[in-house]
Write a protein that binds this ligand. Sequence first.
Ligand code: ADE
Length: 258
Amino acid sequence: MTLHCDIITLFPDLVQPVLGQSMLKRAQEKGLLETRVHNLRDYTEGRHLVADDTPYGGGAGMVMKAEPVFRAVEALRRQYGESEAGTSLRLLLPSPQGRPFTQRLAEEFRDERRRLVFVCGHYEGIDERVRLGLAPEEISIGDYVLTGGELPALVMIDAAVRLIPGVLGDPESAERDSFAESLLDYPHYTRPAELRGLAVPEVLLSGNHEAIRLWRRKEALRSTYRKRPDLLRDRSLSDEDRRLLEVIVDEEAKEASV
Ligand code: ADE
């Protein structure tokens, strides 16, 4: 399984260093991820390589021109053809107006056979004809506005790549992830057993695997109950989870009353 990603950007130097480090680097070395960064400047017209212009109708800021984006996407289509796995394109436009990026979508990207092509917008916006003419999927990584689509593209690639078997050292880590099943993570500890007066919970030192499993499940539920109760409302609970949650609700109520 290889994830194929293309990033069309005016700022290749912003993107390349991140792809060249840590897990994203290792995934590429292992052939699990393939990335190509395309400089949008190479698709601009004229001597001055202009990528942006003032907005029709006036107003502040600059608008990214549509024609270089069309040319870049057309060049990729020509290069990759439109048939085999890893050759046809799934066109993505990171944008605060897009559909929310979630763990579900990261899984969908991991399983995608087409190339993921990220068109990174910049300046105050991108000429609407990119949306009208190329119909990219708009995806948002959150309700805030960033300066460009590069960081969102990297966020989405990172979230998808770590789900590919063989990218993380331990194949179970992605499965027991926070959000793999809409629960937050349980607390983690490593040596020493006591640090600045704070002890590691006894059960984790007990060697009792079933007790540890139950404790972790309970603490994942507790963390979700405290920090993201909305996630619990959206999911159905097993009998065990329901029992643990009843205990947690009791414990939290007692804690609140002291
Ligand atoms: N571009 C600017 N802000 C963004 C956001 N929140 N998500 C995706 N792309 C963006």
